[in-house]
Design a protein around this ligand. Structure first.
Ligand code: CTP
Length: 401
């Protein structure tokens, strides 16, 4: 096994002194570490310490002296399996989230398309600030793993959430991210997400409450593992993950057509979308007027896209369905997996607290082709996506072994 290559970004907060210990911890776990130090971090920790511990020069600027013919930020981005920023200051996180590239670390970040882990550390009020909340939401949405800061007494004398997470926790996430990097290189994943809108007339539609968050998280995670990703999405309010091919549709029929067009390219198909089962039989071309007290609507069934893809399955394809259920979710989900014939089904009880549509978390049960069920705890959707891809990669390595 080659050694995981971790690029550690150290930014300018008092917790920067802990980065020396983090380099040791990562090296102990078998990683090769190169450090990028920001100008402000240099005030807190010496490049000599980090260079000695990492056994590599410390990278501080895009313009080294003597001048190097290498394009530093591109070389470092190509080299790394993962970028880990610890401690990550509010300033660096905000510059990442907004795509500024005004120093070496932020430039390497923009040139890198693999998994990124950030471990913020800052004053609790800065951590709680609405700007920081927005920054963190943007980064998480793009697939960054956030090692949340801990509560405690800060160097500034204040108490609250903002202390750098434990080095063990950061090292755990860094090693997982490095292992996941490129694990799906050469594969193409087709992911569906969001609701469908089935028109009644030019202004009204029949839809559902799906936010698209789960599907977008799967797309981001697959992209970070090096897969090419085709994301077929119904209308959502969220922006697509970086680097995916986005195909926007509105109706179940359009999603069906897009899936049929692109499925042949995909070795992995993950059907997260909450596709309408029925659509209005005859949408009106003109806006329908008020029709008195009651309005009877005729609905007809849409095509079951997942079942269609399973029927046309190529031998190299792995197909995953989702099942949004209420009531006896496991029994219903098991029956659905068998009926639809997919390799794996992810069941979520949409009536449960913190689970289902529009939340940032999900609690799911995964059922495989042997009907074995695995129940996962309540997790961020991003973490559900990572575990799901781990589970899929594991299942595929067993069938190809
Ligand atoms: N699905 C699909 N095409 C449809 C409806 C659903 O491909 N027309 C997919 C969803 O993307 C999901 C899975 O099928 O991966 C299960 O969706 P769900 O709506 O829970 O299942 P239904 O087919 O609607 O089954 P039921 O109505 O019996 O619950």
């Amino acid at each position: 096994m080659p050694r995981p290559k971790i690029l550690l970004g150290v930014t300018g907060g008092i917790a920067a002194y802990k980065s020396a210990e983090l380099v040791r911890e990562l090296s102990k776990r078998g990683a090769e570490v190169k450090v990028v130090l920001t100008a402000r971090a240099r005030a807190f920790v010496s490049p000599l310490t980090l260079a000695t511990l990492s056994a590599h020069p410390v990278y501080e600027t895009e313009f080294p002296t003597p001048p190097s013919p290498e394009i530093g930020h591109i070389e470092l981005a190509r080299w790394a399996d993962t970028i880990v920023v610890a401690p990550a200051t509010a300033n660096t996180l905000s510059r990442f989230a907004r795509g500024l590239a005004d120093d070496l670390l932020s430039t390497v970040y923009l040139a890198f398309d693999g998994p990124v882990v950030v471990a913020p550390a800052m004053n609790p009020r800065m951590w709680d600030h609405v700007e920081t909340r927005e920054t963190m939401a943007r980064l998480a949405h793009r697939g960054a793993v956030v090692v949340e800061p801990e509560e405690g007494l800060m160097a500034c004398g204040e108490e609250g959430a903002g202390r750098l997470a434990s080095l063990h926790k950061i090292a755990d996430e860094a090693m997982v991210a490095a292992r996941r990097s490129n694990s799906m290189a050469g594969q193409t994943a087709l992911v569906t997400a969001g609701p469908t809108y089935e028109p009644l007339d030019p202004v009204r539609f029949v839809g559902n409450r799906s936010s698209g968050k789960m599907g977008y998280a799967v797309a981001a995670a697959a992209r970070a593992r090096g897969a090419e990703v085709i994301l077929i999405s119904g209308p959502t309010a969220i922006s697509p993950p970086w680097g995916v091919e986005l195909i926007q549709i509105e109706t179940a029929e359009q999603m069906h057509a897009a899936c049929l067009t692109h499925a042949a390219r995909a070795s992995l198909i993950v059907m997260c979308a909450a596709v309408a089962d029925h659509r209005p039989a005859q949408p009106s071309l003109n806006k329908i007027d008020r029709k008195g007290a009651a309005w009877r609507l005729e609905l007809v069934a849409t095509t079951d896209i997942l079942s269609d893809l399973v029927r046309a399955r190529r031998p190299w394809q792995f197909i995953v369905g989702f099942a949004a259920e209420t009531g006896d979710a496991l029994a219903r989900g098991r029956e659905k997996r068998a009926r639809k014939g997919c390799d794996l089904i992810v069941i979520n009880d949409v009536a449960a607290e913190g689970s289902g549509f529009a939340t940032d978390t999900n609690q799911v049960i995964v059922v495989d082709a042997d009907d074995a069920a695995e129940s996962w705890p309540l997790l961020a959707k991003r973490e559900v996506a990572e575990r799901l891809l781990d589970r899929i990669e594991h299942a595929r390595s067993r069938t190809s072994a």
